[in-house]
Ligand binder design. Structure first.
Ligand SMILES: Cc1cc2nc3c(=O)[nH]c(=O)nc-3n(C[C@H](O)[C@H](O)[C@H](O)COP(=O)(O)OP(=O)(O)OC[C@H]3O[C@@H](n4cnc5c(N)ncnc54)[C@H](O)[C@@H]3O)c2cc1C
Ligand SMILES: *[C@@H]1O[C@H](CO)[C@@H](O)[C@H](O)[C@H]1NC(C)=O
Ligand SMILES: *[C@@H]1O[C@H](CO)[C@@H](O)[C@H](O)[C@H]1NC(C)=O
Ligand SMILES: *[C@@H]1O[C@H](CO)[C@@H](O)[C@H](O)[C@H]1NC(C)=O
Ligand SMILES: *[C@@H]1O[C@H](CO)[C@@H](O)[C@H](O)[C@H]1NC(C)=O
Ligand SMILES: *[C@@H]1O[C@H](CO)[C@@H](O)[C@H](O)[C@H]1NC(C)=O
Ligand SMILES: *[C@@H]1O[C@H](CO)[C@@H](O)[C@H](O)[C@H]1NC(C)=O
Ligand SMILES: *[C@@H]1O[C@H](CO)[C@@H](O)[C@H](O)[C@H]1NC(C)=O
Ligand SMILES: *[C@@H]1O[C@H](CO)[C@@H](O)[C@H](O)[C@H]1NC(C)=O
Ligand SMILES: *[C@@H]1O[C@H](CO)[C@@H](O)[C@H](O)[C@H]1NC(C)=O
Ligand SMILES: *[C@@H]1O[C@H](CO)[C@@H](O)[C@H](O)[C@H]1NC(C)=O
Ligand SMILES: *[C@@H]1O[C@H](CO)[C@@H](O)[C@H](O)[C@H]1NC(C)=O
Ligand SMILES: *[C@@H]1O[C@H](CO)[C@@H](O)[C@H](O)[C@H]1NC(C)=O
Length: 591
């Protein structure tokens, strides 16, 4: 394995990291900053890149975590699943115990690393439906957030890249809806999945319920499409590898300070209140350091840490703040209050095959063989893929009884309530057996939760309450999602391949049994939003205006997933990249 380690070191380590500093002591003390960005995550690095295109703007990014440089579990796409448990690159959050989850208090993974969640996520690239963005435009009264409005930002973000195996991808995506000159790579899988033919056969056999969709990212998402991922030549493409890539990081006006956890913003002006001084520390017990921006502070700490930071800075619900002994500087009651997160289940089935990825997870010898192949071929083979093959977007029938009492929460009639993904294995396999799995995800959750302070120490975690499964609609929708997955897998295409369910449910399970299964097995996925929602400029509800300025303040914006008032009907990294691209333009226009 020493040979492998040496080979990996050559392949992974990037030569120059000039503007990335590991400690405050390394940061040249004579620098001044127009913009300070809190959080070098998915959104923060986009804003840093775009603002420093103008050489007259100087930018400092403060990131709590370290760099992913040389971290194999970051770079090898398939190994993303190893970054989800407690490890040094994770915030190590434990959520509040959830009634909807039978009292379970779950570990909730979140990247504490340069690139944020884009450095540890599943890399699935999904845009949702055009109606999702038209609804953002509607509820904010800003057409710039509409599907048409964001088209230029899709092109600026996306760099379509051929798959590593160079297979013919005609018929697997629609080039007309993609960007070929942007920054972040997107590609189809570079290694075939053993179940892909069964999936395509199912779209023919049950064409009405599961029609083939040439490209689920066209704005019309319903049906079954090939998985697209933020992967470049078999390696993860994150906001770190792309927006802070070698061609950008050498800019003399771009500075990134790692291991710098921001604990508070301190007020520098009133009427309107400004918060241009940022307080941070290198560890819980280290002295608090400060830096002051001359133009704006941009908070990009993500949907959990952004509301925590605003609250610790005296921006939030006055009675909640008073209860913790904090002075209210800006009375903004909705900070942290309207959390929305997608909820998912994983269904696994024993299969009549050993050609699945289960052994890569269970068998270290097998994993090392594939890692050697990935290294020697420059990213080819199974490890250069994510773990899914296709995405399936479906709607609950409009005549369903649930709609007698619950309004349809989807953004429109062509927006999916349920998203499923097919995988050639089980990401947490038991010691024996080979599997295929199908996820069932509620894309239109109606339950709302919150992020509240537990203590006023910026190094303590907030109280993360998903409010999970607190509405009839959410439970009903997941039940329908399970039934739909069972219909998908009940076709002739899977005859002789799928043998038995690993889970405790079957096609003849009753509604009550499915509900019990849902409460016992659901978990939130990483797509958490709305804790600092956008609302119309004059509105008193919400946290930021449509130009992402924090209401009632000056020179302070939030740019990250927390500003989305609803989850799009898709995983959220795409939406976050688009928010950040447009935000950078709005900020440039203001200065
Ligand atoms: C396990 C997992 C899998 C996922 N899979 C997918 C997927 O396959 N496809 C998809 O589209 N989406 C996926 N997502 C969701 C997606 O990655 C996120 O929605 C998105 O990356 C969030 O971007 P952000 O900029 O809002 O926050 P982040 O990317 O989390 O960035 C926040 C950054 O701020 C830093 N930070 C936080 N607080 C402070 C502080 N006080 N001081 C300094 N720095 C701070 C953090 O360390 C982090 O780097 C997944 C998420 C998770 C957790
Ligand atoms: C800061 O000081 C260094 C030398 O210590 C110098 O090279 C650099 O040009 C200075 N930068 C500014 C912005 O003054
Ligand atoms: C990557 O993940 C695997 C599986 O959990 C683990 O054995 C290995 O130590 C990890 N590598 C690093 C460098 O953390
Ligand atoms: C992570 O959190 C768990 C549960 O709160 C705790 O037991 C563990 O010590 C924490 N790990 C680290 C590295 O902080
Ligand atoms: C790819 O496949 C399409 C349709 O199947 C075919 O028309 C095209 O010629 C193929 N391209 C190449 C380069 O083989
Ligand atoms: C502030 O929060 C409290 C609960 O902690 C709630 O009762 C109150 O209504 C909130 N205030 C506003 C204006 O929303
Ligand atoms: C939460 O979001 C919903 C949907 O946009 C909205 O109706 C409600 O007013 C919001 N609540 C708060 C407290 O912002
Ligand atoms: C683990 O993988 C190695 C290499 O492919 C193989 O020889 C071995 O039989 C596997 N072990 C198990 C328990 O499957
Ligand atoms: C709803 O409509 C479908 C056809 O679209 C039909 O098969 C089903 O029986 C209807 N269900 C109810 C409850 O009316
Ligand atoms: C909240 O703070 C209390 C007291 O410091 C602590 O015991 C508790 O574990 C904290 N809760 C969470 C979820 O961190
Ligand atoms: C497994 O697949 C083989 C063909 O590959 C078939 O002959 C056999 O019947 C299948 N086993 C089951 C239990 O369906
Ligand atoms: C599965 O269901 C059976 C019968 O309903 C029950 O005895 C068993 O405990 C269940 N297993 C799990 C893991 O829930
Ligand atoms: C860069 O920013 C400066 C200061 O706001 C502005 O005057 C100039 O026009 C900008 N340059 C470009 C190329 O946008």
């Amino acid at each position: 394995m020493r040979f492998l380690a040496a080979l990996l070191a050559l392949y992974l380590i990037r030569p120059s990291l000039c503007a990335i500093y590991n400690s405050f002591a390394e940061l040249p003390q004579n620098l001044t900053f127009d913009f300070v960005i809190v959080g070098g995550g998915t959104a923060g690095n986009v804003v840093a890149n775009r603002l420093t295109e103008n050489s007259s703007f100087s930018v400092l990014v403060l990131e709590a975590g370290p760099s992913p440089e040389g971290l194999i579990n970051h770079t090898v796409p398939f190994f993303n699943i190893f970054l989800r448990s407690e490890n040094p690159w994770d915030w190590n959050y434990t959520a509040v115990s959830q009634v909807g989850f039978n009292g379970r208090a779950l570990h909730y993974p979140r990247g504490r690393i340069l690139g944020g969640c884009s450095s540890m996520n599943g890399m699935e690239y999904l845009r949702g439906s055009s109606e999702d963005y038209d609804r953002y435009a509607d509820v904010t009264q800003d057409p710039g957030w509409s599907w048409n409005g964001i088209q230029p930002y899709i092109r600026k973000n996306e760099h379509w890249t051929p798959p590593t195996d160079h297979h013919n991808i005609t018929g697997q995506f629609n080039p007309a809806v993609h960007g070929f000159h942007g920054i972040n790579s997107v590609s189809l899988a570079g290694f075939p999945s053993a179940i892909q033919n069964q999936v395509i056969l199912t779209t023919q056999e049950l064409a009405e319920e599961f029609p083939f969709n040439l490209d689920s990212n066209s704005g019309y998402q319903l049906g079954v499409g090939w998985e697209q991922s933020t992967i470049k030549h078999g390696k993860r493409s994150s906001s770190y590898t792309s927006y802070l890539g070698p061609e950008f990081i050498g800019r003399p006006n771009l500075h990134v300070l790692l291991n710098a956890q921001v604990t508070r913003l301190s007020q520098t002006a009133s009427d309107p209140p400004e918060f241009l001084t940022v307080e941070f520390a290198e560890s819980r017990d280290a002295p608090r350091l400060q830096v002051t921006a001359s133009k704006e502070v941009i908070v990009s700490a993500g949907s959990l840490e952004t509301p925590k930071l605003l609250l610790n800075s005296g921006i939030g619900n006055a009675s909640d703040l008073a209860a913790l002994g904090l002075e209210t500087l800006v009375d903004l009651p909705d900070v942290g209050k309207n959390l929305s997160v997608m909820i998912m289940l994983n269904l696994a089935y024993f299969v009549n095959s050993t050609d699945t990825f289960d052994d890569v997870i269970r068998n270290v010898t097998r994993r090392d063989e594939l890692l050697l192949q990935w290294t020697e071929t420059g990213g080819a083979g199974l490890l250069g893929n994510g773990f899914g093959s296709h995405h399936i977007y479906t709607r609950i029938l409009s005549n369903s009884t649930i709609f007698e009492n619950s309004p349809d929460p989807a953004a429109g009639p062509n927006t999916a309530h349920i998203q499923s993904g097919t995988s050639n294995g089980n990401i947490s396999p038991p010691p024996e057996g080979h599997f295929m799995s199908m996820s069932v995800t509620l894309n239109t959750p109606t339950s709302r939760g919150s992020i509240l302070l537990n203590t006023t120490d910026g190094f303590d975690q907030p109280l993360i309450d998903f409010g999970a499964l607190s509405t009839d609609f959410d439970i009903f929708a997941l039940k329908e999602g399970i039934r739909s997955a069972q219909r998908f897998l009940g076709t002739r295409a899977w005859d002789g391949y799928i043998l038995d369910s690993l889970n405790n449910i079957t096609t003849s399970s009753t509604d009550a049994e499915l509900e019990a299964f849902i409460h016992a097995n659901s978990a939130p996925d990483g797509h958490i939003v709305a804790t600092a929602s956008m609302s119309p400029k004059a509105a008193t509800h919400g946290v930021v205006d449509p130009d992402l300025r924090v209401k009632g303040t000056g020179k302070l914006r939030v740019v990250d997933g927390s500003i989305l008032p609803f989850v799009p009907s898709a995983n959220t990294q795409f939406a976050v990249y688009i928010v950040a691209e447009r935000a950078a333009d709005l900020i440039k226009a203001a200065w």
